[in-house]
Ligand binder design. Structure first.
Ligand code: SF4
Length: 329
């Protein structure tokens, strides 16, 4: 007797998506349950068809600067920047505009097209707003790279000030599904994160919103996250994979295998056919030799040049991988 996983045909679902339809939760459940590489590769091939149809060979390359590090009031269990955990993360206040510009120039020199100014905060303080607006304005005007921000919760007034300065995209990840969120963070709610992204979208700023695989969530909860992102109609969905940080409550978590990550990316592509699916933090340690497989399973965006508290591999290696895959870089 074939299982549901074996009887849902990825090509038939992809044909429907390419014709403007959607995948159902039941179909996504069948796909995420696949265990054999032969089935996962067939799924990845159809995810690639969907990616080629909607976004062609374009790839987004985004670099980050951790403009303010550590001492965050929140208790996100994966995060070494929380003031509640004893970690080896370096702590420093908001960088100067010149320091941020310097990092933007570096990002541009290694090929990044987008530059995200990130601060470890529950939310943006009005005190930091003028500096950040100036940084956004000058990154765009003087460096010529697309500025985006990730500054935690923010008010509509703050968002509009950043938008007026030239910010085109705002990042605030949901991190996981609503049903799992309280196991990840207790100092703010999933709804607060969701409302922030709805406000960003309402105000005509592109949304960058995704999560982290490996926070102890089930496969079903990964699907819940993906369908929530589809509901939000996000422009870009970063998919990070936990790189357990010493001193955090999740330091002993076992991250998902490369096979599980590749399959999850493929399923996310079916659920988010037009989004930028961005491979983010944790890819080097968790995907290892399978990083290019993620791009053969529907990914089409990459964080390059390192992450907030950990190093990445050399940007030149990533550029070579993307060219070899046939992306336009
Ligand atoms: S993920 Fe963000 S809000 Fe949560 S502890 Fe880290 S810096 Fe703070």
């Amino acid at each position: 007797m074939p299982t549901t996983a074996q009887i849902v045909d990825p090509k038939a679902v992809a044909d429907r998506i390419i014709a403007g339809g959607k995948i159902t939760m039941e179909e996504a459940e069948a796909f995420i349950a696949l265990e054999q590489w032969s089935d996962i590769l067939a799924l990845a091939a159809q995810a690639t068809r969907i990616r080629e149809k909607f976004t062609g060979g374009e790839v987004d390359l985004c670099a980050l600067v951790n403009a303010k590090s550590g001492l965050c009031s929140e208790d996100c269990g994966f995060c070494s920047q929380s003031a509640r955990y004893e970690t080896d993360v370096s702590t420093y206040p908001m960088m100067s505009v010149e320091q941020i510009l310097e990092r933007a120039r570096q990002a541009k020199s290694f090929g990044a097209k987008r530059f995200c100014i990130v601060a470890a905060n529950r939310g943006l303080s009005d005190k930091d707003l003028p500096l950040l607006c100036e940084a956004v304005r000058r990154v765009k005007a003087e460096v010529g790279i697309e500025p985006e921000c990730s500054l935690g919760f923010l008010t509509e007034k703050q968002l509009l000030a950043l938008k007026a300065a030239g910010m085109t995209r705002y990042n605030h990840n949901l991190e996981t599904s609503e049903s799992h969120f309280e196991k990840v963070c207790t100092t703010h709610t999933y709804r607060e994160r969701l409302e922030t992204m709805r406000m960003v979208k309402r105000n005509g700023v592109e949304t960058c919103c995704g999560g982290i695989l490996g926070l102890g969530e089930s496969r079903q909860q990964r699907l819940e996250l993906a369908f929530e992102l589809a509901e939000l109609d996000v422009t870009c969905a970063p998919i990070n994979v936990l790189n357990p940080r010493p001193g955090t409550p999740m330091e002993e978590n076992t991250p998902p295998s490369p096979q599980e990550v590749v399959k999850t990316i493929a399923v996310f592509r079916f659920i988010l056919p037009k989004a930028k699916l961005e491979l983010g933090g944790g890819r080097e340690v968790n995907l290892r030799d399978f990083q290019s497989m993620a791009f053969l399973a529907g990914a089409n965006s990459l964080i390059i040049g390192g992450y907030l508290t950990t190093h990445g591999r050399q940007p030149g290696q990533d550029m070579k991988m993307l060219r070899d895959l046939g992306f336009t870089v």
